[in-house]
Design a protein around this ligand. Sequence first.
Ligand code: UDP
Length: 329
Amino acid sequence: MAILVCGGAGYIGSHAVHQLIAKGEEVVIVDNLQTGHRAAINPQAKFYEGDIRNSDCLDKIFTENKIEAVIHFAANSLVGESVEKPLKYFNNNVYGMQILLEGMVKHGVDKIVFSSTAATYGEPEKVPIEENDRTQPTNPYGESKLIMEHMMKWVSRANGVRFVSLRYFNAAGALEDGSIGEDHHPETHLIPLILQVPLGKRDHITVFGDDYPTPDGTCLRDYIHVIDLADAHILALNYLRDGGESNIFNLGNGQGFSVKEMIVTAEKVTGQKIKTEIGARRAGDPAQLIASSDKAKKILKWNPQFADVEKVIATAWKWHKNHPDGYSD
Ligand code: UDP
């Protein structure tokens, strides 16, 4: 039996595929390559170029392969873009989930691990954030992921498809050998943008606001290594295999790092001075987003290996140094 990874050519999906194959799992990937990269597709996986909104494509995959479970990463994930183009997010993310769940029900696939986000919480009531805290997304991206969770909840009750939703905080880093990593167009994430300065691709990094109510005035985020995230998906899969009930887990390190701390750490890792300018706040940025991942640690027995943010940035640096233009496709 195989695991169907939707979005297996994307940043987190490609790392999850790598870890699944390393654990001896059989993997089938479907990806429309809208934001994923052909070069990120693991050659040991069977690949279908297709869109999960196309039910014929899913019928073909579910018919040609014995699919035991789905791990679902195929979605748009840029907060800013989602504010500009909410309907793109409702179509690709929400409608995509509907067609995927219809395909799963039709073909009797009853387990799904879902890539969710801290953006489902919106402005946190308190930190660290726990799974039962208020969910009030402040952008269409977070809203689309919350709707997708709700869809799985109701389908789980009506059709017996059990799910685990993993709400990631700030995914970061790359596979340690530097062979796969993060490559977004346009890039909006802090670590790759910081590293573009020592790579000579950007003159400086702009800090989005230094007047937040935090120790150094810049936003605090919880950076979690992509391999630790990938491993959590495998634990979630095994949890469902063992009969675990549908559930939601936060995934983070539980420790907040400020934008300024990230820049200083990147200077240490790269051995270069990183020119910094202070800019205006970015709309919709909460002052701090920090996870409590106690539930994942307790129930899934998740034990992140990259708790040290310097190690996280070092793996990102290795990838970006080896691939200054990303996958170039
Ligand atoms: N950030 C910044 N300058 C940049 C990009 C990001 O100061 O050029 C800040 C952003 O305001 C946030 C943190 O870095 O506080 C992490 O942003 P990112 O976009 O990586 O992830 P998010 O927290 O939005 O998911």
